[in-house]
Design a protein around this ligand. Sequence first.
Ligand SMILES: CC(C)(COP(=O)(O)OP(=O)(O)OC[C@H]1O[C@@H](n2cnc3c(N)ncnc32)[C@H](O)[C@@H]1OP(=O)(O)O)[C@@H](O)C(=O)NCCC(=O)NCCS
Length: 187
Amino acid sequence: MEFDFSDIEGWSREVALRDGAVLLLRAERPEDLEPLWEMYSTLSEDSLSTLTDRYTHDLIERWFRNLDFERILPILAFPTDEPTRVVAHTTLHFSTDEATRHKAMYGVAVHDDYQDRGLGTLLTRLNIEIVGLKGLSKVYLHVLTSNVRGIHVYEKCGFEKEGLLRREHWHYLLQDYVDEYRMSILL
Ligand SMILES: CC(C)(COP(=O)(O)OP(=O)(O)OC[C@H]1O[C@@H](n2cnc3c(N)ncnc32)[C@H](O)[C@@H]1OP(=O)(O)O)[C@@H](O)C(=O)NCCC(=O)NCCS
């Protein structure tokens, strides 16, 4: 189904991965809090090391407090054979400021069980499509310089590195400061 800004709650899309797995993509709903927590709380240490947030139940609860698709558009992926399980989460952050409303910030996490199966690429392309449909002209993201898989996926989808952010975050798991690239795609 073509993404439709006038009916985000009603939008969904079924997608097939190259290994045949079928997933339903749709916008987040209030009842997805626990399934989303289940996804983040079962990520491997390797995956958590590539993400800068410390995922707690409290943090995820806060995400659900004021669902407002004009501000943040979260999309979730559910395998059709496990329809209550969330295996990927993407977000687009939009701005209303005159100076920054032409762009959106993108984030993605795919559960370990579904990594390297084409889902991250598919979701990144979908989110670029959505930003284009909203009439915006730039998508940007931050990625740790050590996240070679993430950088590979983003470059494959057309993102380019636009800057190196040195010692940008303290990483609670790595117990060290991490560098990030800022990457973007102009539409
Ligand atoms: C990064 C992430 C979103 C990518 O999603 P994914 O579903 O695993 O990605 P895909 O299967 O679509 O593509 C993976 C690509 O990376 C390649 N790849 C895998 N491991 C790699 C590595 N160590 N170095 C370089 N490329 C690698 C795969 O070959 C594949 O490329 P190809 O399709 O050109 O062959 C996902 O792995 C993830 O969520 N990881 C943990 C959290 C994270 O890093 N989030 C992003 C934070 S910015």
